[in-house]
Design a protein around this ligand. Structure first.
Ligand code: ADP
Ligand code: MG
Length: 257
C-alpha cells in the first residue's frame, strides 16, 4: 500500500513542484512505483513531467467535483508519463474553480482521500503537489496524506508563514486526521556562499530539530533548465547537485520510519 506524502507550504516559489517531480522521479529509479497528484491549478507538475495540459479532457478537478469514486473513472484521468513507473493525476486551470464548487459539498475535506483510497494499492508512493494556499484543496491533500514534507526556501523565509502552516497542520490533525505526521522540513535553494542560507538553516534546525532532512537541496541552475525542458532532473543531467540532492532525499524518504 502506498505511502501518501504531501509537499506542503502555502508560500509560492519554495520548490514544492520541483520537489514533487524530482523526488517522485528519484524514487522510480529506486524501483518504486510513483503517482504524482497535481493539486495546483497552475499545473506545473503536470507540464513538468511532459503532459500537455491543453490536450487533457479530464483532470483531477473532474474527479473532485463528480463525487463518484469509481476506480475505472480514476484510471481514465490518470496518465502514464514517458518515464518508467511515474504516473500522474493531472490538473489544469479548471481546478481554480474547485475551492468554490466544493465549499458546499458533503464531507468536502475528505474527497481526495476517498479518491486515493481506490488506487493506494497500486503504488509504492503517492506524492501530492499542494497549491499555494491554505484552502480546501490543501486541506483535502493533508487529509489524504500519511506524511508531510515542508519545503522551505533559504532565499526568502517567513517565520509568520511557517506559523500559519503549522496552525493548519494542527487543525487538520486535531479535527480530521489524527495520525498525520510531519516527515520533515526540507531546506531548498540552499546557497552555502550566502550567510542568509546558513542563518535560515540554523533557525529551522533549532525550531524543528530532528524533523529537518539531512539532505539540503542546493541552488542549482540545472534544476531550472530541466524544468524548462519538462524533464525531471534525474533524466536530464546526472552530473549536477540537483541530481545528487534529490537522489539523497529519496533515500531519506525510503528509510524514514
Ligand atoms: N534547487 C533549486 N535551484 C535553482 N532553482 C530552483 C531550485 N528549486 C526550484 N527552483 C526554481 O524555483 C522556481 C520555483 O520553484 P517551484 O518548484 O515552482 O516552487 P513552488 O511549487 O513552491 O511554487 C522554479 O522556477 C524552479 O525551477
Ligand atoms: Mg508549484
Amino acid at each position: 500500500m502506498a505511502k501518501i506524502i504531501s509537499i506542503f507550504n502555502h508560500k509560492g516559489g519554495v520548490a514544492k513542484t520541483t520537489t514533487a517531480i524530482n523526488l517522485g522521479a528519484a524514487l522510480t529509479t529506486k524501483n518504486k512505483k510513483v503517482l504524482l497528484v497535481d493539486m495546483d491549478a497552475q499545473a506545473n507538475t503536470t507540464v513538468g513531467v511532459g503532459i500537455d495540459e491543453e490536450k487533457l479532457e479530464v483532470t483531477i478537478y473532474d474527479l473532485l467535483i463528480s463525487k463518484e469514486f469509481k476506480k475505472e473513472r480514476i484510471l481514465e484521468v490518470m496518465k502514464e508519463t514517458s518515464y518508467k513507473n511515474l504516473y500522474i493525476l493531472p490538473s489544469d486551470i479548471t481546478l481554480s474553480n474547485a475551492e468554490i464548487t466544493l465549499s458546499s459539498a458533503l464531507s468536502r475535506e475528505n474527497i481526495l482521500n476517498r479518491i486515493l483510497k481506490q488506487i493506494k494499492n497500486d503504488f509504492d508512493y503517492i506524492i501530492i503537489d499542494c497549491p499555494p494556499s491554505l484552502g480546501l484543496l490543501s486541506v483535502n491533500s493533508l487529509v489524504a496524506s500519511d506524511s508531510l514534507i515542508i519545503p522551505v526556501s533559504t532565499s526568502y523565509f517567513s517565520i509568520k508563514g511557517i506559523k500559519h502552516l503549522i496552525e493548519t497542520y494542527n487543525l487538520v490533525k486535531e479535527n480530521l486526521k489524527e495520525d498525520l505526521d510531519i516527515m520533515g522540513v526540507l531546506i531548498t535553494m540552499y546557497d552555502a556562499r550566502k550567510n542568509i542560507s546558513k542563518d535560515i538553516k540554523d533557525s529551522l534546525k533549532s525550531v524543528f530539530k530532528d524533523k529537518v532532512f539531512n539532505t539540503l537541496i542546493r541552488i542549482n541552475s540545472q534544476i531550472e533548465y530541466a524544468q524548462d525542458r519538462q524533464t525531471p532532473i534525474i533524466y536530464f543531467n546526472k552530473n549536477c547537485n540537483g541530481y545528487t540532492d534529490y537522489m539523497n532525499l529519496a533515500d531519506e524518504v525510503i528509510n524514514y520510519e
